[in-house]
Ligand binder design. Structure first.
Ligand SMILES: NC(=O)c1ccc[n+]([C@@H]2O[C@H](COP(=O)([O-])OP(=O)(O)OC[C@H]3O[C@@H](n4cnc5c(N)ncnc54)[C@H](O)[C@@H]3O)[C@@H](O)[C@H]2O)c1
Length: 359
């Protein structure tokens, strides 16, 4: 389950970086994490707690022995000896380019350098790097330790071999790498999400629906369809026995009707932000972010496990979960056996959630 690497580095340990660290560590890979910010320790701890809970539910004793997590004091220290480096610093072009160039200068020859960027072009990010051929985008989804998709985007100077190796590493983490055919801003999934988000903002802006009503419209209907068939296969069925061609002929003309404002966005003025924030607080009621994270994680696991039971080999994300369970079996000693070469104190600290070397 390691995709051929034993040691990874995570640069940036916020929401996404800590999710990556948890996914690597719980897949049996040692991780060195660098984040100069004051909140990285708690963020990583929270991600590890949630991820361990989720992996226990999904894999129980079958999950492999966890890797070791350490906090590095510098970028150079973090990437030392790493076969794979995942950058997850804030989405600012200047910062990302500086950090990626720093990683490139210090990383071992042959290490892959991946950026978690949500939409910046890899060709632009790799410009200042000495070895751009090893850099690509690996765009994950929150929570990284649970959601399987990672969009893999190569820049103009990325070597095809780097894409192959990155995909092998991600697959080894139980993920579904989706390689982009073309380099485009915001890749595939964020383009789709952004289109829906723009329309949702209009509906609140125009007073048509509250944030809770919009979420209900999604989660009681097409959200369920999307989770298991996506949009095209769903619409194929909407065409009945006549299939996709009939569906397109029947509903195609609607695209010219004023059903959508998708090319336009409402101004995010104070009034709209206040309305959304207040409605969102009411929607959450007494549930904290931690409560909601755990409800979300339990629901995601339940959905994937339900899809795992579909047909003989599972369906979609459920088939991937079945493969991950299979791959885990017998690869590494289970958690209950001692870790070779590691002392009991380290192991106890790890199990209790405090990590050797943490600040
Ligand atoms: N939030 C999401 O849902 C999401 C999803 C997919 C991808 N992403 C992408 O992941 C990246 C990180 O986003 P996030 O939501 O985790 O942000 P975040 O603000 O939660 O975390 C960023 C972390 O980077 C650290 N940092 C800042 N400068 C650094 C430096 N020079 N070296 C090392 N660490 C540094 C900060 O201290 C912070 O902890 C962004 O590129 C974002 O677009 C975010």
């Amino acid at each position: 389950m390691t995709g051929g690497i034993e040691r990874a580095a995570c640069v940036g340990g916020g929401l996404i970086g800590s999710g990556w660290a948890a996914r690597f560590v719980l897949s049996g890979i040692d991780v060195s994490l660098y984040d100069p910010g004051p909140d990285a320790g708690p963020a990583v701890q929270a991600a590890m707690d949630n991820a361990e809970r989720a992996f226990d539910r999904m894999f129980g004793n079958a999950r492999p022995a966890a890797g070791a997590l350490s906090f590095a004091g510098s970028l150079a220290e973090a990437v030392e000896g790493a076969g794979f480096i995942q950058e997850s610093v804030p989405e600012r072009l200047d910062l990302k380019r500086r950090v990626l160039a720093g990683i490139d200068a210090a990383a071992p020859a042959g290490a892959i350098v991946a950026s978690s960027t949500s939409g910046l072009l890899p060709s632009v990010l790799q410009e200042p790097m000495q070895h751009p051929e090893r850099m690509l985008v690996g765009h994950p989804f929150n929570p990284v330790y649970l959601l399987p998709l990672v969009e893999v985007a190569a820049g103009r100077r990325t070597a095809p071999e780097a894409v192959e190796r990155a995909c092998a590493v991600y697959a080894g983490l139980g993920m579904k790498p989706l390689v982009l055919r073309k380099e485009i801003d915001a890749f595939i999934a964020d383009r789709l999400q952004e289109a829906l988000w723009r329309e949702a903002l209009w509906l609140v802006h125009d007073g048509v629906a509250t944030v809770g009503e919009i979420d209900d419209a999604i989660r009681y209907s097409f959200g369920l369809r999307w989770a298991q068939m996506g949009v095209f296969q769903t619409y194929r069925l909407a065409g009945g026995n006549a299939g996709m061609r009939h569906f397109m002929e029947q509903f195609g003309p609607c695209l010219a009707w004023p059903w959508t404002k998708l090319t336009d966005v409402p101004e995010l003025d104070e009034a709209l932000i206040d309305a959304i924030a207040e409605q969102s607080d009411r929607q959450a009621a007494a549930l904290s972010v931690r409560d909601l994270e755990r409800i979300r994680d339990d629901n995601l696991i339940a959905i994937m496990e339900a899809l795992e039971r579909c047909g003989e080999t599972g369906w979609g994300a459920g088939a991937l979960l079945a493969e991950a369970r299979e791959a885990m079996r017998g690869r590494r000693p289970p958690l209950t056996t001692p870790w070779p070469g590691r002392n009991g104190a380290d192991r106890r600290r790890r199990r209790s959630g405090r990590f050797p070397g943490s600040r």
